[in-house]
Design a protein around this ligand. Structure first.
Ligand code: NAD
Length: 473
């Protein structure tokens, strides 16, 4: 679904930026520098198709900001790729990284293809050629620019990228850090798959734990018992629904492109996922009722609505009918600026995408750190912690004369594995970012919404890097 707006994607990012910039103290020149896209690399290269014909590819890599090195951002394979889109997404990466204190500049890449129209061999050739074009222009490297998966790309493409890079840069000791989202066997990190959904959960949970915010919305504090609607049962939607259910919320509705299902007593995302796999549709799930149109899900009476599928799904046409108290943007750009205005009037809290779905880039940062340190998280301390925990527990049991249950014993003894540390780092990141944004919002009541407060947080951090570190010549 695409809604026509009078301005381009990049212009809409600029609009949000300008709206927030008036709540900062920075002089215009600095704001202009933060807003500008520093480098745009548009490339053309030929590929020989399986049928022998030659096709010329159109591809981009945009480095929006180098206020921190390296730059970071995904690569998408989509027919909709164009320079404006890649520039907008690169700018959003700059702000996203700043908000969650990931020390990277923003970047984004794209190849204008529908990957479904190409064989695996053709996709491999395209990805490898794209990588070598980036190497030629010094647009990739662990200290320069670090791509990641995005729409239409995944672990497989990242493995091709790292392999191409390593073959062109023999002996570069940190070469594995040239890209993130790699398979574990190629230097990836455990916990990446669920990272965005888990980050979405941590971010919303933190907001739900703020008594004043909940009182204003007429909601009780905490996640437990909240009625949640999730649009999109893909990677982000599935994991978000899973973590909410596991923490006592009720997933009353799940929507996919073929329809939506409702059960006031709560749905189990894994059972729905299996049902969809078996029958090819989310509809007719046992115990649930079907909704006539899938977008009806967006207008249900609920506490939290989580769009986790597409952009522009809540817009000037339907925002007035949204009944949720909280809209949590797990997807990128699900609400238009027109919808934002309506939420402000209706007193609906919109938790913005730019920070809420930053779990992916946060865990990518952990992957990059792992690659630079050349050691798996937890390898050094796991056994030490377990031995120490066993010793402490033994002492407590001896002194108290009481034994803990077997379940408690296992829990207390457990030394942190890689996935435990990644989840813990993600939780810390999302909780801190939520508090920083809320502090900005609360300390300046003229800031109209949380999105603007998030932009203010980003602008302040990028400006501080530019100014206080003396980057301006
Ligand atoms: P995905 O492809 O795994 O899942 C998207 C799901 O949405 C699919 O199951 C699809 O069938 C469904 N869908 C499509 N049209 C729909 C419609 N009209 N109504 C309801 N459902 C529909 O993608 P994903 O990785 O889960 O990404 C979802 C969103 O989150 C995107 O906006 C993406 O940019 C954003 N995001 C993803 C990540 C990540 O780590 N995967 C990180 C940040 C942001």
């Amino acid at each position: 679904m695409s809604v026509k707006t009078p301005y381009s994607f990049f212009e809409s990012v600029e609009k949000s930026f300008d709206k927030a910039a008036q709540f900062t103290k920075w002089e215009d020149g600095i704001l202009q520098q933060i807003k500008a896209c520093n480098s745009v690399y548009r490339m053309r290269f030929p590929i020989k198709r399986d049928n022998g014909s030659i096709e010329v590819m159109e591809a981009y890599r945009v480095q929006h900001s180098q206020h921190k090195s390296p730059c970071k951002g995904g690569i998408r394979f989509s027919e909709a790729v164009n320079q404006d889109e890649v520039m907008a997404l690169a700018a959003l990466m700059t702000f996203k990284c700043a908000i969650v204190n990931v020390p990277f500049g923003g970047a984004k890449g794209g190849i204008k293809i529908n990957p479904r129209n190409y064989s695996t061999y053709e996709l491999e050739k395209i990805t490898r050629r794209y990588t070598s074009e980036l190497v030629k222009k010094n647009f990739i490297g662990p200290g320069i620019d670090v791509p990641a998966p995005d729409y239409g790309t995944g672990e497989r493409e990242m493995a091709w990228i790292v392999d191409t890079y390593q073959s062109l840069k023999p002996g570069e000791i940190d070469a594995a850090g040239c890209v993130t989202g790699k398979p574990i066997t190629q230097g990836g990190v455990r916990g990446r798959k669920e990272a965005t959904g888990l980050g979405v959960f941590f971010g919303i949970r933190e907001v739900c734990n703020m008594t004043e915010v909940m009182n204003k919305l007429g909601l009780t504090t905490g996640v437990e018992g909240k009625k949640v609607v999730v649009q999109g049962l893909g990677n982000v939607g599935y994991h978000t629904a899973k973590f909410f259910r596991e923490h006592g919320a009720m997933i009353i509705c799940l929507a996919e492109y073929e329809g939506a299902i409702f059960n006031a007593a709560g749905l189990n995302e894994e059972q729905v996922f299996q049902h969809r796999k078996k029958t090819g549709s989310i509809l007719n799930f046992p115990g649930a009722s079907n909704l006539a149109v899938n977008t009806d899900a967006l207008e249900l009476d609920c506490d939290i609505l989580i769009p986790a599928a597409l952009e522009n799904v809540i817009n000037g046409d339907n925002a007035q009918r949204v009944k949720a108290k909280i809209i949590a943007e797990a997807a990128n750009g699900p609400c238009t600026p027109e919808a934002d205005e309506i939420f402000i009037q209706k007193g609906i809290l919109c938790i913005p995408d730019m920070y809420l779905n930053a779990g992916g880039v946060t865990v990518s940062y952990f992957e990059w750190l792992k690659n630079l340190s050349h050691v798996r998280y937890g390898r050094l301390e796991k056994r030490f912690s377990e031995n120490m925990n066993a010793h402490i527990l033994g002492q407590i049991e001896e002194l108290s004369g009481k034994m803990v249950s077997e379940k408690e014993r296992l829990f207390i003894m457990h030394g942190a594995e890689e996935v435990d540390l990644v989840h813990s780092g993600l939780e810390e990141t999302m909780v801190s970012a939520t508090r920083e944004i809320m502090d900005i919002w609360i300390s300046n009541p003229s800031i109209p919404d949380m999105r603007t407060a998030a932009y203010v947080s980003a602008i302040n951090k990028v400006a501080i890097s530019y100014v206080e570190l003396g980057i301006f010549p």
